[in-house]
Design a protein around this ligand. Structure first.
Ligand code: LLP
Length: 431
C-alpha cells in the first residue's frame, strides 16, 4: 500500500497534491502521512499480538514530532526515550509514564530524578554504577526504580558501522560474560526493582539471523539468572528492523520476524518489550524540496535542491540512500549528482543517480525520510529548521513550524531565556 503516489501525473501524499503543501508552507518541508503511520503502527502490533503481554515503546529518537507521538499513543504505543527532552515529549503526547522506557548510555542525575518522579515504567541500566546511583535516588524518594540490565550480546548486526550497537566494542550495554555476577550485585540494592534484561544490537537490520543469535544469547542468560534465584519477568528486545530505501532492498517480513521471536522466546515466560523506531515512521514521510539550479559540470550535472544535510543528515553521515523523484515527472530522465546548498562537500544526497529529469524551480522529494529525518535536523549554515506537515486523507496541517532566521540570530533576545536544568547536561547538581 502506498500513501505517496502519483495522481494525474502529480505526486500526492494521500489525497493532497504535494504542490499545494509547497504553496502553503514553502520548501523544504517534511511531509508525513497519517494513514501510513497508522498502517505501519498497526502492522507491527498485530504481527506480534499473539506473544504473551508484548509491550510497544516507540523509539522517539526516530521521530519526536508531537503529532506523530500523539497518533502512536492513541494506537497503544508507549515510548523508548533517551533524554529529558524525550521524556517531556512523551508525557506531553499523552503517553502514560508507566509506558515509558528510559534507554541511553549517559543519563544524568537530573534526568534520572525527573524520570523517577514522573514514575516511568522501566529504566534500562547501561552500567553497574548507574544502577547504584538510581537505587540511591529512588530510596531517598521512598521508591524502588523498575529496571532491567542492558546487555551487549556481542553480535554484529550486519548494518552500517555507525548504527551497530551490539558488538563487543560498542559503548552500549554491559559485557554479557560479566552480566550474571553484576545482576547478582544489582538485585541486592533496595532502591531497585530489577526485573530482567534489555538488548538492542543496531538499526536498519536487514537479516534476522544476527537478531536471532542475540536473542538466543539473552535466552541463555535468562536461564542462568533464574538458576541463580532471580525472578525474571521482563525482556526488552530493542528495535532495529530495517525498511526498504532502495527498490531492490529485501527486508525480513514482520510475519517472519514475529515467528522467529515466538520460536526463540516461547519458553522464556516473560513480558516482552519492543522498541521499534524506523519501521514505524520511516516510510511515512518524504522531504519535499525545490530544485534551485541544475548546474552543469564537466562530468555530470549537479541538481542543487533547497533541502540540505541540515534537513536530512543520513546521506552525509552514513552514505544513506534516499530515492529522489520529481513531483511532476514528464517521462524524461537524467543522470546527475544531487546536492544541497550547505558549504560542505559532503552535502550530497546522491552521486551518479539516474533520476527524473528536473529543471530549475521543479518540486521533488526524497523518499522514506520519516525516521531520523527531521529528528536529526540542525541549523548548520544558519539555515532554519524546516517545517513539518501531517496529511490525513484530503486535509493537511502544520505540525512543526519553521524556525525562522530571527530565532537563530545572535542579537540579544527580546524575551530573556532561562536555562532549563532538566535539559542541561549537569550531573549531580540536584541529587
Ligand atoms: N532502542 C534503542 C536502545 C536504540 O538505540 C534505537 C536506535 C532504537 C531502539 C530504535 O531503532 P530502530 O528501530 O529505529 O532501528 N540515526 C541513525 C539511526 C540511529 C539509531 C539509534 N538507536 C539512522 O539514521 O540510520
Amino acid at each position: 500500500m502506498s500513501f505517496f503516489d502519483y495522481r494525474d501525473g502529480v505526486l500526492c501524499a494521500e489525497d493532497v497534491a504535494l504542490p499545494m503543501i509547497a504553496d502553503a508552507v514553502g520548501t523544504p518541508v517534511h511531509v508525513y502521512s497519517a494513514g501510513a503511520l497508522r498502517h505501519a503502527a498497526d502492522a507491527f502490533t498485530s504481527a506480534l499480538r499473539d506473544l504473551p503481554s508484548a509491550r510497544f515503546a516507540f523509539a522517539i529518537k526516530a521521530n519526536p514530532n508531537g503529532a506523530v507521538l500523539r497518533l502512536l499513543a492513541q494506537r497503544g504505543y508507549g515510548a523508548d526515550i533517551v533524554s529529558g527532552g524525550e521524556l517531556r515529549r512523551a508525557l506531553d503526547a499523552g503517553i502514560a509514564p508507566a509506558d515509558v522506557v528510559f534507554s541511553g548510555v549517559g543519563k544524568t542525575d537530573r534526568e534520572l530524578i525527573d524520570a523517577l518522579e514522573a514514575g516511568i515504567g522501566q529504566f534500562n541500566l547501561e552500567l553497574e554504577e548507574e544502577g547504584g546511583v538510581l537505587a540511591q535516588l529512588a530510596r531517598r524518594r521512598g521508591k524502588r526504580a523498575p529496571a532491567v540490565l542492558r546487555v551487549n550480546p556481542d553480535v554484529d548486526g550486519g548494518t552500517h558501522a555507525k548504527i551497530t550497537t551490539g558488538w563487543r566494542t560498542s559503548k552500549f550495554g554491559v559485557d554479557i560474560a560479566g552480566a550474571p555476577d553484576m545482576y547478582d550485585r544489582l538485585a541486592k540494592l533496595d532502591g531497585l526493582d530489577l526485573q530482567g534484561i534489555a538488548l538492542h544490537i543496531g538499526s536498519q537490520i536487514s537479516d534476522l539471523e544476527p537478531l536471532e543469535t542475540a536473542y538466543r544469547r539473552i535466552g541463555a542468560l535468562v536461564l542462568e539468572l533464574r538458576a541463580r534465584g532471580h525472578t525474571i519477568t521482563r525482556v526488552d528486545l530493542g528495535g532495529g528492523l530495517g525498511i526498504t530505501y532502495r527498490p531492490e532492498d529485501v527486508m525480513p517480513s514482520l510475519a517472519d520476524y514475529a515467528s522467529m521471536v515466538a520460536r526463540v522466546t516461547h519458553d522464556w515466560n516473560v513480558s516482552l518489550t519492543f522498541e521499534p523506531g524506523r519501521i514505524i515512521t520511516g516510510l511515512a514521510g518524504v522531504l519535499l524540496t525545490r530544485v534551485i539550479w541544475v548546474k552543469p559540470s564537466q562530468h555530470r550535472p549537479f541538481v542543487i535542491v533547497d533541502a540540505a544535510m541540515n534537513d536530512l543528515a543520513r546521506p552525509a553521515l552514513y552514505d544513506a540512500y534516499h530515492r529522489f523523484a520529481a513531483v511532476r515527472p514528464d517521462g524524461r530522465t537524467m543522470v546527475a549528482d544531487i546536492a544541497g546548498p550547505v558549504c560542505e562537500t559532503g552535502d550530497i544526497f546522491g552521486v551518479d543517480r539516474a533520476i527524473d529529469q528536473v529543471d530549475r524551480g521543479d518540486l521533488a522529494v526524497f523518499h522514506a525520510t520519516g525516521a531520523y529525518g527531521a529528528a536529526m535536523a540542525s541549523i548548520y549554515n544558519s539555515r532554519p529548521i524546516s517545517p513539518q506537515v501531517m496529511v490525513d486523507e484530503d486535509r493537511f496541517e502544520l505540525v512543526g513550524d519553521r524556525t525562522m532566521f530571527s530565532d537563530l540570530s545572535m542579537r540579544p533576545q527580546r524575551k530573556s531565556r532561562t536555562v532549563d536544568p532538566a535539559l542541561s547536561g549537569a550531573v549531580r547538581q540536584a541529587a
